[in-house]
Ligand binder design. Structure first.
Ligand SMILES: [Zn+2]
Ligand SMILES: [Zn+2]
Length: 347
């Protein structure tokens, strides 16, 4: 009888039967190893969680009082003879690739990752393995990121133009990862940074975890509108088109996302400016990362899985598509997070 693979794809998530644990399961399980705190990877309802130390406060904020064990990168945990260790994924603060090893066989689950150093997340580190389970959110040749310093030059000059024109500046990016990446790369000589409640709560959780972030001011109904106009507003995707956002008018509204690389994306989100900024690897980044693992087999969990696996097979990889529930963080369900709707209903 052929031996069971070390990791399997089940209805509940990626499963290690030898170690009796799941990785990023989407149904409640007894033992879950979590790559990062985005809502499509860190679900509520597991009996035990294992994650990176820097995800701790954000996970507790998002999921409540969970039974959570945290580790540093490279630290080893054994479950029924199976060795688990976490390596930097460079996606958001605290994000990890999960390395699973048993009797000389190594599997790595990437979670979400990017290969560019964003200055706030621990930079991505390739891990040698036999089997690599990879995302491919932007697995199409059209997705090629320019260095983030160029994108932030564009953001800063757009902000300065708005200041000259006397209009408020509202910049949208998801609350865990993108918001902090923007915050740390803005030219703060321009003015203060004002935050939506959901972003400020995430900042607070990260600061409680020891992460040093630039100063921010939480927007309340009392915050003077003319002061806000002299700074920049960081807002989550869920706030787009809400009365909360409209009350900053007149404003210019920018959107930071990898999807801005394709035509029509800005218009569909009704944004004035689209900035191509993603926390995922682009086409070249994915291929380089997969190649660097030296893997025998690669499994693609979310994104352009069909066309990307076809391409990888053409260039000599043994690639397979698998079905998972990952891949919806850019439309993250912030409505369900505490603090998200607090000002949305007021005009
Ligand atoms: Zn993610
Ligand atoms: Zn994801």
């Amino acid at each position: 009888m052929p031996k069971k693979p070390l990791l399997e794809f089940t209805d509940s998530g990626i499963y290690c039967s030898q170690g009796r644990f799941y990785i990023d399961p989407w149904k409640p399980v007894d033992d879950a190893v979590i790559t990062h705190a985005h809502s499509d990877h860190a679900y509520w309802g597991h009996k035990h969680y294992l994650a990176h130390h820097l995800s701790k406060q954000v996970l507790l904020y998002r999921l409540g009082d969970i039974n959570l064990q945290t580790v540093e990168y490279g630290e080893k945990v054994k479950k029924n003879g199976v060795e688990i260790s976490l390596f930097p994924a460079g996606h958001v603060i605290g994000s990890a690739q999960i390395k699973v090893e048993y009797q000389g066989e190594v599997w790595v689950v990437s979670g979400d990752y990017k290969v560019e150093n964003d200055g706030i997340s621990t930079p991505f580190e390739p891990v040698k393995c036999h089997h690599f389970i990879s995302e491919c959110t932007f697995g199409m040749p059209v997705y090629k990121w320019k260095p983030q310093v160029k994108t932030f030059e564009d953001v800063n000059s757009w902000w300065r133009t708005n200041l000259d024109n006397g209009v408020a500046t509202v910049l949208v990016g998801y609350s865990l990862g993108k918001a902090q990446r923007i915050l740390q790369n803005l030219d703060l000589f321009n003015g203060n940074v004002y935050t939506h409640g959901v972003i400020e709560n995430t900042n607070q959780a990260l600061r409680a975890n020891g992460v040093k972030l630039n100063p921010t001011i939480r927007i309340t109904p009392e915050t003077p509108r003319d002061e806000i106009r002299k700074g920049i507003v960081l807002a989550p995707p869920s706030s787009v088109g809400t009365p909360w956002m409209r009350k900053f008018g007149p404003y210019s509204f920018g959107y930071c996302s990898g999807w801005m690389a394709i035509r029509g994306a800005k218009r569909r989100r009704a944004a004035d400016r689209g900035f191509v900024l993603s926390d995922h690897a682009d086409w070249d980044g994915l291929i380089a990362a997969i190649d660097a693992t030296g893997c025998e087999k690669v499994y693609l969990t979310h994104g352009y899985t069909a066309s990307f696996s076809r391409y990888l097979n053409e260039i000599g990889f043994d690639a397979h598509e698998v079905h998972t529930l990952y891949g919806n963080e850019e439309q993250e369900a912030t409505e369900q997070l505490p603090g998200s709707g607090e000002e949305a209903g007021k005009s």
